[in-house]
Ligand binder design. Structure first.
Ligand code: NAP
Length: 318
């Protein structure tokens, strides 16, 4: 790797809405900006079949919104490295060193926007049948279940939007929720109640069963304790996400009990130069919020880097 590729003023880790916004703002501020993404740019938003609460768009699919954001990042001149997972972050003498399969990158400021991973049910058969009937993404796998019978598990916004989307494709979509009311916001609940989605209240999944493919899901009625086996073609686990904060925790970044990063109003953390934004931080999980936090993180990184360069003659990169 050349010196030019090695040293950055700011590195953004994670290419969801928070990370892409941070990269757009940082590059437009004139910072030498690198955006690292372990998969492809998009983040969790890219898996949403319908987004109706992001201002400026009455309706847009997650994949469309993600691709518009990506186009905008490219235009700013920020360098993008996809399929580049950060394996370890260390802080040496005021410089962050990020280990990847391409080699180590160094930066003076770091914006951590790694989002969250799918929350699992952790019941027998879940991992065995993942990709063989059990799915964590209706947008990605929904079309495989056209005119079939599916279950959606969860009661939040993700479960609601995925259940409505699937009910339009499948012969039968049943939402399984462990309580007798949804957590999803009122507008999404109204969509579910006026759709073809059947709801099984106060039920929980005990096991996924099948042969090569998922065939049955065993559920328990939490009010009576009775179990029932439902014959299905697919099951979508839609339980929200848990933060991808491990790399940050290993570096000594403070989190709450849910392992979400604790940030101040300007997206600073307990380590100077380390900023965090989006679903990985302790805040409301919404695209509009992630985008706002990404912009603030870039602004804070800009102030931090310029101040450092004024007082530290090494410039960036150490
Ligand atoms: P969420 O709001 O945290 O809801 C998770 C759901 O899964 C809850 O209903 C929860 O049940 C259930 N659950 C969790 N663990 C479970 C378990 N082990 N067994 C059974 N059920 C379990 O997650 P989300 O729906 O993904 O939403 C996350 C955030 O993203 C929210 O802030 C949401 O607003 C946002 N989001 C927005 C949109 C949109 O605006 N278009 C779309 C998707 C998500 P309980 O209710 O009983 O706790």
């Amino acid at each position: 790797m050349t010196e030019e590729e090695l040293n950055w003023e700011v590195i953004v880790v994670g290419g969801g809405p928070a990370g892409m916004t941070a990269a757009i703002y940082a590059a437009r501020y004139g910072l030498k900006t690198l955006l690292l993404e372990s998969a492809v740019l998009g983040g969790a938003q890219a898996t949403s079949p319908a987004i109706e609460n992001y201002p400026g768009f009455l309706f847009i699919t997650g994949i469309e919104l993600a691709s518009k954001m990506k186009e905008q990042v490219k235009k700013t001149g920020a360098k993008i490295r996809e399929i580049t997972e950060v394996k370890k972050i260390t802080n040496e003498d005021g410089c962050f060193i990020l280990e990847t399969r391409r080699g180590d990158y160094r930066s003076r400021a770091l914006i951590f926007a790694t989002g969250g991973g799918h929350r699992h049910l952790n019941v027998p058969g879940e991992s065995e049948f993942t990709g063989r009937g059990v799915s964590f993404c209706a947008t990605c796998d929904g079309p495989l279940f056209r005119e079939k019978k599916v279950l959606v598990i969860g009661g939040g916004n993700t479960a609601a939007v995925e259940a409505v989307y699937l009910s339009e494709l499948t012969d039968s979509t049943t939402l399984i929720h462990r309580r007798d009311e949804l957590r999803a916001e009122k507008a999404m609940q109204d969509m579910v109640f006026s759709s073809e989605v059947d709801i099984k209240w106060s039920h929980t999944v005990k096991e996924f069963k099948g042969d090569d493919l998922l065939r049955e899901v065993v559920v328990e009625d939490l009010k009576t304790g009775e179990t029932e086996t439902i014959v299905v073609d697919g099951a979508f686990v839609a339980l929200g996400s848990s933060p991808n904060s491990k790399l940050a925790i290993n570096l000594g970044i403070e989190t709450n009990k849910n392992k979400e990063i604790i940030v101040q109003a300007n997206q600073t953390t307990n380590i100077p130069g380390f900023f965090a934004a989006g679903d990985v931080v302790e805040s409301m999980k919404q695209i509009a919020v992630a985008v706002g936090q990404g912009a603030i993180a870039a602004d804070s990184a800009y102030i931090f880097v310029r101040e450092l360069q004024r007082t530290d003659p090494r410039g960036y990169g150490g």
